[in-house]
Design a protein around this ligand. Structure first.
Ligand SMILES: C[S@@+](CC[C@H](N)C(=O)[O-])C[C@H]1O[C@@H](n2cnc3c(N)ncnc32)[C@H](O)[C@@H]1O
Length: 262
């Protein structure tokens, strides 16, 4: 059974999920507008997390089902056409041939059984329905070389994320799944495949990107340390991020979409 790497029991996880939403929602919404979500649609949001996309869908579609292992945050979303379901997408079934749209963001990368889950998500689509899957890509090779200007802090950041990615891999997480998505959708017979690639930047003034970077690294501390990075190095980087002394180009996100033939 899959075990989610971030600790949802922490209040920090709520803040982290909101920061993730603030960074990613504009791009996700642009993609959902591109596939053309309609007022008549039945939508499924898998691993809905903090609930911002479930909320957006509830405003633009007829019915939304939002699932997650932990639905505490989804339960707070104020929408009468939203059904919140405590559900493990690995071990529990999804209705087949039911949805006009199935969406997930930053969920598949965490799940070792991601290919079987993607099969299930495709099966849940009505003929003609759209799948939109979004995942991160830490661009491991580029980051090792530092994607941006090399200095003491960006080199340290590259070492920390490299360690985190190695640790994630050992736990079945694919931190480069984003780049694979268009091909994974095409291999399942979806058509009209498209993708959007967007980057993130952590700048020197307090932004959601900075909060996301800091809280993610904070939660990944045990992984990073177990991969051989001294805690002092992690603390030094976190301090620099908080003090606004760090600037860096973060991971990219890839949203891919495709339609089930009618
Ligand atoms: C990084 S968060 C992303 C949340 C949200 N999709 C977003 O982008 O704002 C990943 C979410 O996937 C959920 N998740 C992880 N494994 C899951 C599983 N097996 N079944 C359902 N949800 C899962 C987690 O609980 C968490 O809310």
């Amino acid at each position: 059974m899959s075990e989610y790497i971030y600790d949802a029991s922490l209040e920090d996880e709520h803040t982290r999920l909101h920061a993730l939403e603030a960074v990613l929602d504009p791009g996700s919404i642009r993609v959902l507008e591109t596939v053309g979500v309609q007022k008549t649609w039945q939508c499924l949001e898998v691993g809905g997390g903090g609930g911002s996309i479930a909320y957006w869908l509830s405003q633009h579609a007829a019915v939304v089902v939002a699932t997650d292992l932990d639905t505490r945050f989804l339960a707070r979303v104020p929408a009468s056409n939203l059904e919140v379901r405590t559900h493990n997408v690995v071990t529990e079934p999804l209705e087949e041939n039911t949805y006009d749209l199935v969406h997930s963001r930053d969920v598949l990368e965490h799940i070792p059984e991601r290919e079987a889950v993607l099969d299930k998500m495709v099966a849940a689509l009505k003929p003609g329905g759209w799948l939109v899957a979004e995942d991160v890509d830490f661009m491991g090779a580029l980051r090792r070389e530092v994607f941006g200007e090399k200095n003491d802090l960006t080199l340290l950041d590259a070492r920390l994320w490299d360690a985190a990615v190695t640790g994630m891999k050992s736990r079945g997480i694919d931190a480069e799944y984003g780049r694979r998505l268009p091909w994974r959708l095409s291999a399942r017979g979806l058509i009209d495949i498209g993708a959007d690639v967007r980057g993130t930047f952590v700048g020197q003034r307090v932004t959601e990107g900075m909060t996301l970077h800091e809280l993610s690294l904070q939660q990944l501390r045990p992984l990073v340390v177990s991969a051989g990075i001294p805690e002092g190095d992690l603390d030094r980087l976190l301090e620099a991020v908080r003090a606004g002394e760090y600037m860096g180009i973060g991971p990219i996100h890839i949203a891919a979409w495709g339609r089930k033939p009618a």
